[in-house]
Design a protein. Structure first.
Length: 265
């Protein structure tokens, strides 16, 4: 009787251990491949060719930038190769920059206006966190340094490098949505002010329209001091235009916009 009990308890314990081990392995393996799989699937969805070989090549160039590196020692140039094979090329009538207006900019984007986050790499990586670790060939999506913890972290460096490239290839008429409710709608320390404006290519970008966005017409107008600093940054030959719009004016216009892409400002 005692022997039978020992056998049953022993058997049950082993069965429980096996189940725990299997669940643990499934969780670990899924987590390990999740970031890579999602990256490649999203890349395939966003590329016209839909070639998985292309997206595997993009993934390799991406991970090469930060894998096996100290997550505070990944400079923007680490993504040079990635951006050379997957450049954020202009696709719609208007290239749309933004600063302090993330939400409204992305409500406007698509169709006629292209933000960085509408490009293939931008959309694949928007909202994601990633980093590597010295001595490991893995990609981690948690426990990574945050935006301000160290400047050369993999996420911040990617957005800096991609923003510089996105600005450098912007052509024709571009626009930037600036926050009219902020004390300094043009902030020279933000990505738009410190990277994008400095990378515009003269001869390629013909005009920049600043759209000062307010909730209800209360806030900064086109005479705002900070905008003078923006004008000073523009290279000769680039036309500067400024418009004041409320968020609801922009969103109503967007809703009724047809393929002619007459701008909403
Ligand atoms: N901590 C975390 N995230 C930050 C921080 C921070 N301190 N600063 C900026 N970010 C990230 C956030 O994801 C935020 O939504 O950058 C985003 C944009 O910040 P803003 O200050 O609103 O704008 P800006 O820095 O000018 O960057 C926007 O850069 O991504 C490109 O083309 C895009 O024109 C756009 C510009």
């Amino acid at each position: 009787m005692v022997k039978r009990c020992v056998l049953v308890v022993g058997g049950c314990t082993i069965a429980v251990l096996v189940v725990v081990l299997v669940v643990f392995l499934v969780v670990v393996l899924c987590k390990k491949n999740n970031f890579k799989d999602t990256f490649i699937q999203d890349c395939e969805r966003k590329t016209a060719e839909g070639h998985s070989t292309y997206c595997v090549k993009v993934w390799s160039a991406f991970e090469q930038a930060y894998v096996d590196h100290d997550p505070c020692q990944v400079p923007p140039q680490a993504y040079d190769h990635l951006l050379s094979i997957a450049p954020p090329l202009p696709k719609y009538n208007w290239t749309l920059f933004w600063s302090g207006t993330r939400e409204v900019a992305h409500q406007m984007s698509g169709g006629c206006y292209q933000t960085l986050e509408d490009t293939m790499l931008g959309s694949v990586l928007d909202g994601k966190t990633w980093c590597g670790k010295q001595g490991s060939n893995e990609t981690f999506d948690s426990g990574c340094p945050n935006w301000t913890q160290c400047v050369n972290n993999p996420v911040r460096s990617f957005w800096s490098r991609a923003s510089a490239e996105f600005a450098a290839v912007a052509c024709g008429d571009a626009a930037v949505l600036l926050n009219g409710s902020s004390d300094t709608p043009f902030d020279p320390h933000c990505t738009f002010g410190s990277i994008e404006v400095k990378n515009f290519t003269p001869g390629l970008m013909k005009s920049l329209t600043v759209v000062l966005v307010t909730k209800d017409n209360v806030g900064a107008n086109c005479t705002d001091e900070s905008l003078k600093n923006l004008q000073k940054e523009l290279k000769p030959g680039m036309k500067y235009i400024c418009k004041e719009k409320t968020e609801s004016e922009l969103l109503t216009c967007k809703k009724n916009q047809d393929q002619s892409c007459v701008p909403c400002w």
